[in-house]
Design a protein around this ligand. Structure first.
Ligand SMILES: [Zn+2]
Length: 320
Protein backbone atom coordinates (compact mmCIF):
# COMPACT_ATOMS: atom_id res chain seq x y z
CA UNK A 1 0.00 0.00 0.00
CA UNK A 2 1.28 3.48 -0.84
CA UNK A 3 0.40 6.75 0.79
CA UNK A 4 -1.19 9.48 -1.34
CA UNK A 5 1.41 11.99 -2.57
CA UNK A 6 0.76 15.62 -1.59
CA UNK A 7 -0.03 17.76 -4.64
CA UNK A 8 1.56 21.16 -5.11
CA UNK A 9 -1.79 22.80 -4.45
CA UNK A 10 -2.03 21.06 -1.10
CA UNK A 11 1.10 22.79 0.17
CA UNK A 12 0.34 25.55 2.60
CA UNK A 13 1.64 28.99 1.66
CA UNK A 14 4.05 28.89 4.60
CA UNK A 15 5.36 25.50 3.53
CA UNK A 16 5.70 26.65 -0.09
CA UNK A 17 7.63 29.78 0.88
CA UNK A 18 9.78 27.72 3.19
CA UNK A 19 10.69 25.34 0.39
CA UNK A 20 11.30 28.17 -2.06
CA UNK A 21 13.66 29.99 0.26
CA UNK A 22 15.43 26.73 1.04
CA UNK A 23 15.88 26.16 -2.69
CA UNK A 24 17.21 29.69 -3.09
CA UNK A 25 19.62 29.14 -0.21
CA UNK A 26 20.90 25.95 -1.84
CA UNK A 27 21.35 27.78 -5.15
CA UNK A 28 23.26 30.55 -3.40
CA UNK A 29 25.53 28.11 -1.62
CA UNK A 30 26.11 26.24 -4.87
CA UNK A 31 26.98 29.52 -6.60
CA UNK A 32 29.34 30.39 -3.79
CA UNK A 33 30.96 26.99 -4.00
CA UNK A 34 31.36 27.29 -7.75
CA UNK A 35 32.94 30.70 -7.35
CA UNK A 36 35.29 29.49 -4.67
CA UNK A 37 36.24 26.53 -6.84
CA UNK A 38 37.03 28.76 -9.81
CA UNK A 39 39.17 30.94 -7.53
CA UNK A 40 41.04 27.85 -6.44
CA UNK A 41 41.62 26.80 -10.03
CA UNK A 42 42.84 30.26 -11.00
CA UNK A 43 45.48 30.38 -8.27
CA UNK A 44 49.04 29.14 -8.44
CA UNK A 45 49.90 25.50 -7.79
CA UNK A 46 52.93 24.63 -5.69
CA UNK A 47 53.98 21.21 -6.99
CA UNK A 48 56.07 20.28 -3.96
CA UNK A 49 55.69 20.80 -0.23
CA UNK A 50 55.79 18.62 2.83
CA UNK A 51 53.70 18.76 5.97
CA UNK A 52 53.88 16.95 9.24
CA UNK A 53 52.21 17.09 12.58
CA UNK A 54 53.00 16.99 16.26
CA UNK A 55 49.92 14.84 16.87
CA UNK A 56 51.99 11.72 17.40
CA UNK A 57 49.11 9.81 18.96
CA UNK A 58 47.24 9.91 15.71
CA UNK A 59 50.28 9.90 13.43
CA UNK A 60 53.23 8.17 15.16
CA UNK A 61 56.62 8.93 13.61
CA UNK A 62 58.49 6.19 11.78
CA UNK A 63 60.52 3.94 14.03
CA UNK A 64 59.02 5.49 17.15
CA UNK A 65 61.05 8.68 16.76
CA UNK A 66 60.30 11.37 19.37
CA UNK A 67 58.70 14.70 18.54
CA UNK A 68 62.09 16.39 19.08
CA UNK A 69 63.34 15.15 15.69
CA UNK A 70 60.85 17.38 13.84
CA UNK A 71 62.49 20.44 12.33
CA UNK A 72 60.69 22.74 12.18
CA UNK A 73 58.81 21.44 15.17
CA UNK A 74 55.45 21.84 13.50
CA UNK A 75 54.48 22.25 9.85
CA UNK A 76 50.83 21.40 9.45
CA UNK A 77 48.52 21.82 6.48
CA UNK A 78 47.09 24.92 8.15
CA UNK A 79 50.54 26.44 8.72
CA UNK A 80 51.40 25.82 5.07
CA UNK A 81 48.17 27.38 3.81
CA UNK A 82 48.71 30.45 5.99
CA UNK A 83 52.01 31.06 4.19
CA UNK A 84 50.96 30.32 0.62
CA UNK A 85 47.45 31.75 0.30
CA UNK A 86 48.40 35.43 0.79
CA UNK A 87 50.81 34.98 -2.15
CA UNK A 88 48.14 33.69 -4.50
CA UNK A 89 48.92 29.98 -4.22
CA UNK A 90 45.64 28.10 -3.91
CA UNK A 91 46.72 24.48 -4.37
CA UNK A 92 49.71 22.49 -3.17
CA UNK A 93 50.96 19.00 -3.98
CA UNK A 94 51.91 17.39 -0.68
CA UNK A 95 54.89 15.04 -0.80
CA UNK A 96 55.07 12.25 1.77
CA UNK A 97 57.99 12.91 4.12
CA UNK A 98 59.47 9.48 4.60
CA UNK A 99 62.09 10.29 7.28
CA UNK A 100 59.30 11.36 9.67
CA UNK A 101 56.16 9.53 8.60
CA UNK A 102 57.68 6.57 6.79
CA UNK A 103 55.20 4.75 4.58
CA UNK A 104 52.21 5.91 6.63
CA UNK A 105 50.57 8.31 4.18
CA UNK A 106 47.56 9.11 6.42
CA UNK A 107 48.70 12.59 7.38
CA UNK A 108 48.57 13.61 3.71
CA UNK A 109 45.41 11.63 2.97
CA UNK A 110 43.61 13.34 5.85
CA UNK A 111 44.79 16.79 4.74
CA UNK A 112 43.44 16.09 1.24
CA UNK A 113 40.10 14.96 2.69
CA UNK A 114 39.85 17.99 4.95
CA UNK A 115 40.64 20.44 2.13
CA UNK A 116 39.01 19.00 -0.99
CA UNK A 117 40.55 20.24 -4.21
CA UNK A 118 43.27 22.17 -2.39
CA UNK A 119 45.87 19.46 -1.90
CA UNK A 120 47.27 16.87 -4.25
CA UNK A 121 49.35 14.01 -2.94
CA UNK A 122 52.50 12.03 -3.69
CA UNK A 123 52.83 8.93 -1.51
CA UNK A 124 55.68 6.66 -0.49
CA UNK A 125 55.12 2.90 -0.65
CA UNK A 126 57.39 -0.09 -0.51
CA UNK A 127 58.30 -1.23 -4.01
CA UNK A 128 59.62 -4.49 -2.54
CA UNK A 129 56.29 -5.38 -0.91
CA UNK A 130 54.41 -8.28 -2.53
CA UNK A 131 51.76 -6.18 -4.32
CA UNK A 132 52.72 -2.51 -4.51
CA UNK A 133 50.11 -2.11 -7.25
CA UNK A 134 47.28 -2.87 -4.79
CA UNK A 135 48.53 -0.15 -2.45
CA UNK A 136 48.79 2.29 -5.38
CA UNK A 137 45.15 1.70 -6.29
CA UNK A 138 44.06 2.15 -2.68
CA UNK A 139 45.96 5.42 -2.40
CA UNK A 140 44.59 6.62 -5.73
CA UNK A 141 41.07 6.44 -4.29
CA UNK A 142 42.27 8.79 -1.51
CA UNK A 143 43.51 11.36 -4.03
CA UNK A 144 47.15 10.42 -4.46
CA UNK A 145 48.38 10.87 -8.03
CA UNK A 146 52.12 10.29 -7.62
CA UNK A 147 54.54 7.87 -5.97
CA UNK A 148 57.95 8.91 -4.81
CA UNK A 149 60.86 6.56 -5.51
CA UNK A 150 64.51 6.69 -4.50
CA UNK A 151 67.63 4.80 -5.61
CA UNK A 152 67.98 1.24 -4.45
CA UNK A 153 64.28 0.76 -3.76
CA UNK A 154 62.65 -2.49 -4.71
CA UNK A 155 65.28 -4.79 -3.29
CA UNK A 156 67.95 -4.36 -5.95
CA UNK A 157 70.36 -1.65 -6.96
CA UNK A 158 68.69 -1.42 -10.38
CA UNK A 159 65.03 -0.51 -10.61
CA UNK A 160 64.68 -2.54 -13.81
CA UNK A 161 65.67 -5.70 -11.90
CA UNK A 162 62.99 -5.19 -9.25
CA UNK A 163 59.67 -6.88 -9.89
CA UNK A 164 57.93 -4.49 -7.49
CA UNK A 165 59.40 -1.47 -9.21
CA UNK A 166 58.30 -2.78 -12.61
CA UNK A 167 54.80 -3.31 -11.18
CA UNK A 168 54.77 0.26 -9.91
CA UNK A 169 55.76 1.74 -13.28
CA UNK A 170 53.28 -0.43 -15.16
CA UNK A 171 50.46 0.41 -12.75
CA UNK A 172 51.28 4.11 -12.97
CA UNK A 173 51.01 3.93 -16.77
CA UNK A 174 47.68 2.08 -16.65
CA UNK A 175 46.17 4.32 -13.98
CA UNK A 176 47.39 7.75 -15.08
CA UNK A 177 49.61 8.08 -12.01
CA UNK A 178 53.08 9.60 -11.81
CA UNK A 179 56.38 8.13 -10.71
CA UNK A 180 58.39 10.82 -8.92
CA UNK A 181 62.11 10.04 -8.61
CA UNK A 182 64.09 11.81 -5.88
CA UNK A 183 67.56 11.27 -7.30
CA UNK A 184 70.95 12.68 -8.06
CA UNK A 185 71.98 13.01 -11.69
CA UNK A 186 73.87 9.71 -11.57
CA UNK A 187 70.51 7.90 -11.53
CA UNK A 188 69.09 9.62 -14.60
CA UNK A 189 70.44 6.72 -16.61
CA UNK A 190 68.15 4.38 -14.65
CA UNK A 191 65.18 6.66 -15.26
CA UNK A 192 66.01 6.50 -18.96
CA UNK A 193 66.06 2.70 -18.85
CA UNK A 194 62.67 2.56 -17.12
CA UNK A 195 61.16 5.13 -19.50
CA UNK A 196 62.24 2.96 -22.44
CA UNK A 197 60.51 -0.04 -20.82
CA UNK A 198 57.46 1.97 -19.76
CA UNK A 199 57.03 4.79 -22.27
CA UNK A 200 53.44 5.44 -21.15
CA UNK A 201 54.41 6.12 -17.53
CA UNK A 202 54.22 9.72 -16.41
CA UNK A 203 57.41 10.74 -14.60
CA UNK A 204 58.12 13.87 -12.56
CA UNK A 205 61.75 14.38 -11.55
CA UNK A 206 62.28 16.28 -8.32
CA UNK A 207 64.46 19.37 -8.04
CA UNK A 208 66.32 19.09 -11.41
CA UNK A 209 67.74 15.77 -10.18
CA UNK A 210 69.51 17.98 -7.62
CA UNK A 211 71.94 19.34 -10.22
CA UNK A 212 73.51 22.41 -8.64
CA UNK A 213 73.37 21.01 -5.11
CA UNK A 214 77.17 21.09 -4.96
CA UNK A 215 77.23 24.61 -6.35
CA UNK A 216 78.39 23.24 -9.72
CA UNK A 217 76.30 22.51 -12.79
CA UNK A 218 78.23 19.75 -14.60
CA UNK A 219 77.58 19.71 -18.33
CA UNK A 220 77.27 15.91 -18.41
CA UNK A 221 74.53 16.05 -15.77
CA UNK A 222 72.62 18.79 -17.55
CA UNK A 223 72.88 16.82 -20.81
CA UNK A 224 71.56 13.69 -19.06
CA UNK A 225 68.56 15.57 -17.69
CA UNK A 226 67.71 17.34 -20.94
CA UNK A 227 68.23 14.01 -22.73
CA UNK A 228 65.27 12.53 -20.87
CA UNK A 229 63.00 15.03 -22.61
CA UNK A 230 62.92 12.62 -25.54
CA UNK A 231 60.46 10.62 -23.46
CA UNK A 232 57.28 12.66 -23.89
CA UNK A 233 55.86 11.86 -20.43
CA UNK A 234 58.84 13.04 -18.40
CA UNK A 235 58.42 16.29 -16.45
CA UNK A 236 60.88 18.23 -14.29
CA UNK A 237 60.16 20.09 -11.08
CA UNK A 238 61.69 23.55 -11.07
CA UNK A 239 62.04 23.55 -7.32
CA UNK A 240 64.17 23.65 -4.15
CA UNK A 241 66.14 26.81 -4.90
CA UNK A 242 67.44 27.03 -1.32
CA UNK A 243 69.45 23.90 -2.12
CA UNK A 244 70.87 24.76 -5.54
CA UNK A 245 73.66 26.95 -6.87
CA UNK A 246 74.36 29.91 -4.59
CA UNK A 247 71.38 28.80 -2.49
CA UNK A 248 70.06 32.29 -1.94
CA UNK A 249 67.68 34.77 -3.59
CA UNK A 250 67.12 36.02 -6.18
CA UNK A 251 68.28 32.62 -7.56
CA UNK A 252 69.16 34.12 -10.93
CA UNK A 253 72.25 31.90 -11.03
CA UNK A 254 69.75 29.08 -11.73
CA UNK A 255 68.49 30.84 -14.87
CA UNK A 256 70.86 29.09 -17.31
CA UNK A 257 69.82 25.65 -16.01
CA UNK A 258 66.14 26.55 -16.13
CA UNK A 259 66.63 27.87 -19.68
CA UNK A 260 68.19 24.55 -20.69
CA UNK A 261 65.18 22.68 -19.30
CA UNK A 262 62.78 25.11 -20.95
CA UNK A 263 64.41 24.56 -24.32
CA UNK A 264 64.35 20.77 -23.90
CA UNK A 265 60.97 20.18 -22.25
CA UNK A 266 58.92 23.26 -23.03
CA UNK A 267 56.87 24.98 -20.33
CA UNK A 268 54.17 22.28 -20.42
CA UNK A 269 56.51 19.76 -18.78
CA UNK A 270 58.05 22.03 -16.17
CA UNK A 271 56.38 22.80 -12.85
CA UNK A 272 57.34 25.11 -10.03
CA UNK A 273 57.60 23.77 -6.48
CA UNK A 274 58.76 25.43 -3.29
CA UNK A 275 59.90 22.38 -1.29
CA UNK A 276 58.58 23.89 1.91
CA UNK A 277 59.29 23.97 4.74
CA UNK A 278 62.91 23.62 3.58
CA UNK A 279 62.56 26.70 1.37
CA UNK A 280 61.66 28.70 4.49
CA UNK A 281 64.68 29.87 6.43
CA UNK A 282 66.89 32.95 6.62
CA UNK A 283 67.04 34.69 3.25
CA UNK A 284 65.20 31.85 1.57
CA UNK A 285 61.50 32.55 1.61
CA UNK A 286 58.39 31.28 -0.06
CA UNK A 287 57.88 34.64 -1.78
CA UNK A 288 61.43 34.62 -3.18
CA UNK A 289 60.90 31.19 -4.70
CA UNK A 290 57.64 32.20 -6.31
CA UNK A 291 59.06 35.50 -7.52
CA UNK A 292 61.71 33.85 -9.67
CA UNK A 293 59.01 32.27 -11.84
CA UNK A 294 56.50 35.10 -11.54
CA UNK A 295 58.85 37.95 -12.41
CA UNK A 296 62.34 36.64 -13.15
CA UNK A 297 63.59 34.59 -16.12
CA UNK A 298 62.98 37.03 -18.97
CA UNK A 299 62.74 34.25 -21.55
CA UNK A 300 59.35 33.21 -20.11
CA UNK A 301 56.15 34.56 -21.65
CA UNK A 302 53.04 35.15 -19.55
CA UNK A 303 51.62 31.91 -20.92
CA UNK A 304 54.84 30.03 -20.03
CA UNK A 305 54.60 31.28 -16.46
CA UNK A 306 51.03 30.05 -16.31
CA UNK A 307 52.21 26.56 -17.28
CA UNK A 308 54.99 26.52 -14.70
CA UNK A 309 52.89 28.00 -11.93
CA UNK A 310 49.60 26.24 -12.54
CA UNK A 311 48.73 24.25 -15.61
CA UNK A 312 51.53 21.63 -15.72
CA UNK A 313 51.00 20.51 -12.12
CA UNK A 314 47.21 20.67 -12.47
CA UNK A 315 47.34 18.19 -15.34
CA UNK A 316 49.52 15.73 -13.49
CA UNK A 317 48.34 16.00 -9.90
CA UNK A 318 44.76 17.35 -9.95
CA UNK A 319 43.10 15.37 -12.70
CA UNK A 320 41.92 11.85 -13.39
ZN1 LIG B 1 61.02 17.85 -0.64
Amino acid sequence: MSLPQPSASSLSRREFLGRASAALAVATVAGGTARAQSDVEAGFVDAHSHIWTTDLERYPLAGGQPVSVLAPRSFTAEELLAIVRPLGVSRVVLIQHKPYHGLDNRCLADAMAEHPGVFGGVACIEAGAPRPDVEMLRLKTLGFRGFRITPGEGGTSRWSASEGMRLMWGTAAAQGLAICPLIDAAYLEQVDEMCRRFPETRVVIDHFARIGGTGEFPEADLAALTGLAKHPRVHVKVSAYYYLGRKRPPYDDLAPMIRRMYDAYGPQRLMWGSDSPYQLGGENTYAASLKLIQEGLDFLSAEDRDWLLRKSATGVFFSG
